[in-house]
Design a protein around this ligand. Structure first.
Ligand SMILES: Cc1ncc(COP(=O)(O)O)c(C=O)c1O
Length: 441
């Protein structure tokens, strides 16, 4: 029997003859018994195959490409170790993400540091570790970095993050490339030109190239083409006016993933083709040298690999209105539906192939009416104690998690070839009190 929603799950997902969902050869019901509920399960094969697919699709079209995993989607020491093994570069946006990279000896040259307000201590850390590139977001940072590098008698390699004023048609909270954004130096206002001039004049700065990131997820390829046109035309002007030759260019990340069965998205190859063909054509037409291309997929590397598994508890049926099916997690481990209206689908991991019986709403356990994970989804008849598996929870769920209501965070396990290993232990109540200070002065 074909189970439609199974295609959303990791590439190793299957249903066994007991009608249980298996990921990486491991029975999800057994995983829940062993590690407790709720549980986040990551499939190693899916992570590695996504890394390979992105590297292949871009590098086979344009050899001089670096594929940088955007750590913010989900980083932890075991994930950073996998990225290192897969030959990925790494984008970090904080001292914390950088510290994780450092802890697994991630090659510093392959690390890029983003962010619109990096603190001096974060920049110190980056300079200490001699990371590959700092992606400078504004003039304040440019001056700060120049001063810090000067004190160390070193020259720091940077990219400038530009704002091309291109609308990627994402949720407004995840749009970054429009003019009215806190990210990037606007091209249209003349500020980007000023920043390039300034970067070129600073003794301790080496301007390696330009960067833009439009938003996420970008479900069409058009915005990348528009962004490239704006930024490459700008690069050509800088060449003419300032004799500046850009060596590196990044169109950021933002590649989409399929969260629900009805979504129809262009394949990775279309994004690679659009970006590479436009880069090659535009640099040729504009008389620019071919830059190194840096892409920054985050969500699209890790989202499909992660599955959130919950136990169903209370079920509230309001006749003629709605049935609320409540799980033992919710907005504390997955805030995305509450802040972005993100949509998900689900399967019962203990009766994966059961026929649908009607619509229910999956609610979390947190004290907020907005703590709804999935609204109005067709499901089989559900009983308390059933096991619910929500696919595509690998990106921006655990990293945005919180201890709201003092609920401990779930454990995270990695599965591969029938084996499971814990990669983040479940929080205990003692962890919630660890930072409280009771001593009186
Ligand atoms: C500069 C930059 N690059 C890459 C990404 C990754 O985006 P995604 O996870 O959608 O690929 C982000 C996300 O916010 C970003 O800000």
């Amino acid at each position: 029997m074909k189970i439609k929603r199974l295609e959303l799950f990791p590439i190793t997902a299957e249903v066994n003859n007991r009608n249980h969902l298996l990921i990486g050869g491991c029975d999800c019901v057994a995983l829940l018994k062993r590690y407790g509920s709720p549980l986040y399960v990551f499939d190693e094969s899916t992570i590695r195959s996504q890394c390979k697919e992105y590297r292949h699709e871009f590098s086979s079209r344009y050899r001089n490409t670096a594929t940088a995993y955007a750590s913010k989607a989900f980083i932890s020491r075991p994930i950073a170790a996998i990225m290192k093994e897969e030959g990925m570069s790494l984008d970090v946006v904080s001292g914390g993400e950088l510290a994780i990279a450092q802890s697994v000896d991630f090659p510093p040259a392959r690390i890029h540091f983003h962010g619109n307000n990096k603190t001096p201590s974060e920049l110190e850390l980056a300079l200490d570790y001699r990371i590959g590139r700092i992606v400078v977001d504004n003039l304040y940072e440019l001056e700060l970095l120049n001063g810090m590098a000067g004190k160390r008698k070193t020259r720091v390699n940077i990219l400038l993050r530009l704002n091309p004023s291109v609308d990627p048609h994402t949720h407004k909270h995840t749009t970054t490339g429009i003019l009215d954004s806190k990210f990037g130096i606007p091209i249209g206002t003349g500020q980007a030109e000023k920043a390039v001039k300034q970067a070129l004049s600073l003794k301790n700065i080496r301007l390696c190239g330009l960067h833009f990131h439009l938003g996420s997820p970008i479900i069409e390829t058009g915005p990348y083409k528009q962004g490239l046109e704006v930024v490459l035309k700008f690069a050509a002007q800088m060449k003419k006016k300032l004799s500046y030759e850009m060596e590196e260019l990044s169109p950021g990340g933002g590649f989409p993933v399929k969260y629900v069965s009805s979504a129809e998205l262009p394949p990775v190859s279309n994004y690679a083709e659009t970006i590479v063909s436009n880069l090659v054509k535009l640099t040729g037409d504009l008389g620019l040298a071919s830059p190194k291309l840096i892409i920054e997929p985050g969500r699209s590397i890790i989202a499909r690999a992660g599955v959130a598994i919950y136990t169903i508890g209370s079920i509230k049926d309001i006749p003629g209105v709605r049935t609320y099916v409540c799980v033992d997690g919710g907005m504390g481990d997955n805030i995305r539906p509450a802040i972005y209206g993100s949509q998900y689908e689900a399967l019962l991991a203990n009766r994966a192939g059961a026929a649908y019986d009607g619509k229910v709403t999956i609610a979390g356990k947190y004290c907020e009416s907005g703590d709804i994970l999935i609204r109005d989804i067709e499901m089989p008849e559900i009983k308390s104690g059933d096991v619910l598996a929500i696919p595509v929870c690998g990106a921006y769920c655990i990293p945005m998690s919180s201890n709201y209501n003092m609920v401990p965070l779930p454990a995270v396990v990695m599965v591969n070839k029938g084996q499971s290993r814990i990669i983040r232990r479940r929080q205990k109540y003692a962890d919630l009190m660890k930072y409280d200070v009771m001593d009186k002065a």
